[in-house]
Design a binder for this molecule. Sequence first.
Ligand SMILES: [Fe+2]
Ligand SMILES: [Fe+2]
Length: 170
Amino acid sequence: MLKEKMEKALNEQINKELFSSYLYLSMSAYSQTLGLPGVASWMKIQAQEELTHANKFFDYIHERNGKVTLTAIDAVDNEFGSVTNMFKKVLEHEQFVSESINKLVDISIELSDHATRSMLMWFVDEQVEEEASVQDILDQLAMVDAKGHGLFMIDKDLSTRTFVDNTQAK
Ligand SMILES: [Fe+2]
Ligand SMILES: [Fe+2]
C-alpha cells in the first residue's frame, strides 16, 4: 500500500506529465506555423511519449493499490518565439521535470518506500536521455545559426523520429 504522502506526490507527477504532453502538442502546432513540419512531427511524438509517462505513474499507483486523482491541467503558451527559443524552453521544462523526479525519489527514501524508488529509477534514466537529446538539437541549431539549408536539414532529420513506447521495456 502506498503511503499518503507518496501517493499524493505521484498523482502530482501524473499532472506534470500530462501538462508536458499538452505543452509539446502546443509546440507541435506552433512549429507548423514556423513552416517546420519535421520539428512539428518531433514535438508530436514528444507529446505522445509524455502520455506514456503519465500512464506509467497511473498504472503504478493502481499496482500498489493506491488511488489515482486527476486534476486540472494548466493552460499552455501558444507562441514560443524562434525555433531555438522553443527548444530552450523544452530543455528548461525537462530540467524542471528532472528536479521533480528527484524530489519524488527523496520522498521515497524518506518513507523507505523502496518499490517506488525502484520504479522511479526508470524516470531518472529517462530524464538524462531527454535532456541530452534536446541539448543535442540545440547544439545543432547553434551550428547552423538556426537558418537556411542547415535548418532545413535539421528539420528533415527530426522528421525521421518514430514513436516508441519505451515504458514497456521494463
Ligand atoms: Fe515525462
Ligand atoms: Fe519529458
